[in-house]
Design a protein around this ligand. Structure first.
Ligand code: 9YT
Length: 127
């Protein structure tokens, strides 16, 4: 069994700063769960291009306010606490935060821990 607190991750290599966001990675591939789980802050006033070609991601907002625009033609959905979105089609998207958003993110396959986005907003598959 794994029991962890956010404080255990803060200030370690698993607090990953991606420019527009800070991802606090709580469960990673080495935990053997088959998914990773992150407590992620999307900083206020930012717009981020993301395209997880190699991963499925589900995101649950617990704080803040923003929106997600599916590319290339929409739609755009508002995000507030209690909103979940699941990128079950590897959708390319723009994520905008009006107020800092705190998001619980799960990835399948799990991240190994140190991934950051490339220019297209993609995470590589790390083995
Ligand atoms: C919500 C989202 O996709 N944010 C970008 C960071 C990423 N989810 C992560 O690694 O926590």
């Amino acid at each position: 069994m794994i029991v962890k607190k956010l404080d255990d991750v803060l200030g370690t290599e698993h607090e990953v700063k991606g420019g527009n966001w800070t991802s606090r990675r709580l469960i990673l591939k080495d935990a053997g769960m088959g998914f990773s789980m992150h407590d992620t802050l999307i900083h206020a006033g930012t717009e981020t291009l993301i395209w997880y070609k190699n991963h499925l991601e589900a995101v649950y907002c617990i704080e803040g306010k923003g929106e997600i625009e599916v590319l290339p033609d929409g739609p755009t959905y508002p995000i507030e606490p209690g909103t979940l979105y699941a990128l079950n089609g590897n959708e390319k998207h723009l994520l905008r935060a009006e107020k800092e958003m705190r998001m619980i993110c799960t990835f399948n396959p799990p991240l190994t821990g140190l991934e950051v986005h490339d220019d297209e907003g993609v995470y590589p598959v790390m083995d």
